[in-house]
Each structure stands twice: as structure tokens, then as C-alpha cells.
Design a protein around this ligand. Structure first.
Ligand SMILES: C[S@@+](CC[C@H](N)C(=O)[O-])C[C@H]1O[C@@H](n2cnc3c(N)ncnc32)[C@H](O)[C@@H]1O
Length: 328
């Protein structure tokens, strides 16, 4: 089943079926958590929330996300093996969820001698299910360490670098969850030439016309249609290794000031649009996943708003991380 993520499919429905079956098999292995609907156990921390066991499991069903991440991770492993020949590739995966979803298909492909995973998970119930999943599938030899911890405070046992850092602990526009804090902390344990996955999460400020988008959605390719319903004003944050290292050294998040005028009368919403560059040619584009659905910042009636408006936006880490947004 896990190998299906690397096949070519003719239709999106086939991919959805694969992701759904993958979820059902893992869910059955876990003892039927979906019927136990009270597994609503998020963990709150000073740098954001960690979603509960059931929600983390259900991320599998965000199937375009799952396919693209699984394939990107697999490609990064292959690249790391050719870049660091003769070495066991060490991967740190922070925020595994109950099924280590983004790792499992590659765990079946690469032996424990080729690739070793350090798996971090904060939520006790999720962590227990994770261990049970890996053991039931006979994949324990792929795991270097299972660590139940807050990844923002994790310290490795020794000073050997990891070759790949992987985390998908985010929502759209990097709000609420802890992707930024986790990856800025863990980046120091990544080999200087190692791979930071996703390579970049780009959050752009855009003007948006929802009516146009709705029309264009009727059977057309979203990437090709993008310019006509959204007008990008600029990048509010490009979260990549360089930025993560700067923030962990104490730099502030960039401030993005911008304004717009009457000329933009076609648009009625100000949005944050997310694009995730997972690895090399693997991108998760706006609208493809819950992670890349636009976040509405402001809306207006364009016939009444003729004057120039100025905005200022900056990311901030707190117990509810996200963009701090002011308007004049
Ligand atoms: C969005 S789910 C994704 C699960 C899985 N990686 C996937 O892609 O399907 C994020 C997972 O990260 C865990 N998590 C969030 N913040 C964490 C932290 N600070 N330390 C360790 N785990 C964390 C959550 O408990 C949750 O299981």
C-alpha cells in the first residue's frame, strides 16, 4: 500500500482513493481511533498549539499534501544518499502524528542501515499510537529514537548532524501551530549542507476577487488561472533555512509595509496566500491543500473604499502564532 504513493496515476480520484485506503489501514491498525471521536486532545504551548491525535491522523486525507510531501521526502532521501555516500542518512522528523505519515512509505523502501529516523512527538496519546504503528509494521529497525518531547526544546544525545530535517506542523499562513518555532530550533542540528524540509514556506500578501475565483474554479487549472483572481503585492515571509537560522540567532521577523489604491477596485479581499516548496520540483500550490488555502485578512466594499489604504504586517511567535496586521 505505502508503495502506491510513488506510482503514476491518471486521475485525482485514484490518488484520493489511495490516501483514503492508507488512512483506513493505519486507523484499523491503531485499534479504530476514528470511532473514538473524543480523541480531541490538543496540546497548548507558549509557541502555539499541537493538534490532537485524531486531527493529526486525518491529515493523511489532505491527499494532495500527503502525496507531494511523501514524494518530496523520498526524493530528498535519494539526494542525501548520493550527497553523503557510505553514510547512514539520519533524519529528524518533528511532529510525526500517530502514523509518521510522511515517513512511512520511505521506511518501507530504505533499510535501517541506509536511513535512520529520529521521531519527535509532543502528544502522549499520539506518541503511543506512533510506537504501536511502527512496531506493528515491523519497522522498528528504521528508528534511531522515539522521543516524546516538545520539539522546540529537543536536544540530541550527541553532536552528530542530521542530514534531513522534516516537519509539517503548520496551518495556512503559518498560523496557530509551531512550524516556525520548531524548525528554527532544530535547524542548528542539521548538517550545513543538509536538507530543510519543506525547503520554503512562502506567505504572500495578495488582493483577491472571490467571484472571479469561483467562476474560474469551474473546471479549470488553478495554477494557470491564478493571476486573474489574485494580485500579489509581495512576500510577507519566506520561511526557509536561512531565515530560520537568522531568527534562532535573535533576528526579528521582517516587517512588510504596503498600500493599495483605487486602481485595485476589482478586488474585495486582502488575503495571505501560502505556497510550500517541499523539495526540488515538489511544490504545494495555493488551493491544493488546507495548508495553502488563502487566509482572509480584511475585506471591503470597493464602491465605498476609494482612498489609499496602508497596511503593515509582521509574523510573531506567541501561544497563538501568526501575522500581526495593522491598518491606517
Ligand atoms: C499537523 S500534524 C501532522 C502529522 C504528520 N506529520 C502528517 O504530516 O500527517 C502535526 C503533529 O505534530 C505534533 N506537534 C506539534 N507541535 C509539536 C511540538 N512542538 N513538538 C512535537 N510535536 C509537535 C502534533 O502533536 C501533531 O501530531
Amino acid at each position: 500500500m505505502a508503495g502506491c504513493f510513488f506510482k503514476d496515476f491518471e486521475t485525482e480520484v485514484e490518488k484520493l482513493e489511495v490516501a483514503t485506503r492508507f488512512f483506513q489501514e493505519l486507523e484499523a491498525l491503531s485499534g479504530g481511533m476514528e470511532s473514538d471521536m473524543h480523541i480531541e486532545n490538543p496540546v497548548k504551548t507558549s509557541t502555539g498549539v499541537a493538534i490532537g491525535t485524531l486531527m493529526a491522523a486525518q491529515c493523511v486525507k489532505d491527499y494532495i499534501r500527503t502525496f507531494k510531501f511523501v514524494q518530496g521526502v523520498n526524493q530528498a532521501i535519494k539526494k542525501a544518499r548520493s550527497k553523503f555516500p557510505g553514510q547512514t542518512i539520519r533524519i529528524i522528523y518533528a511532529g510525526t502524528g500517530p502514523f509518521a505519515t510522511l515517513a512511512l512509505p520511505s521506511m518501507f523502501e530504505f533499510s535501517g542501515e541506509d536511513v535512520k529516523w529520529t521521531l519527535l512527538e509532543i502528544n502522549e496519546e499520539t506518541f503511543q499510537t506512533l510506537k504501536h504503528t511502527i512496531q506493528s509494521l515491523g519497522l522498528e529497525d528504521r528508528v534511531e529514537r522515539f522521543v516524546r518531547c516538545n520539539a522546540v526544546q529537543f536536544k540530541p544525545d550527541d553532536s552528530t548532524f542530521f542530514h534531513i530535517l522534516l516537519s509539517e506542523t503548520m496551518q495556512h499562513a503559518l498560523v496557530r501551530e509551531q512550524q516556525v518555532s520548531i524548525t528554527s530550533h532544530l535547524s542548528r542540528f542539521l548538517h550545513p549542507e543538509g536538507f530543510f524540509l519543506p525547503q520554503e514556506v512562502k506567505v504572500e500578501v495578495a488582493l483577491f476577487n472571490p467571484a472571479k475565483r469561483f467562476k474560474q474554479l469551474q473546471g479549470q487549472n488553478v495554477e494557470k488561472d491564478l493571476p486573474s483572481y489574485s494580485n500579489i503585492k509581495g512576500t510577507a515571509l519566506a520561511w526557509n533555512r536561512q531565515m530560520a537560522d537568522a531568527v534562532s540567532r535573535g533576528d526579528s521577523f521582517p516587517v512588510f509595509p504596503f498600500s493599495f489604491e483605487k486602481g485595485n477596485a476589482d478586488y474585495t479581499q486582502l488575503i495571505l496566500q501560502t505556497t510550500i516548496h517541499i523539495f526540488e520540483n515538489h511544490f504545494l500550490y495555493p488551493w491544493e491543500s488546507g495548508l495553502t488555502t488563502p487566509l482572509i485578512l480584511d475585506q471591503w466594499n470597493n464602491s465605498k473604499n476609494k482612498e489609499l489604504k496602508s497596511y503593515c504586517i509582521q509574523y510573531q511567535v506567541s501561544e497563538n502564532p501568526g501575522f500581526n496586521f495593522t491598518k491606517k
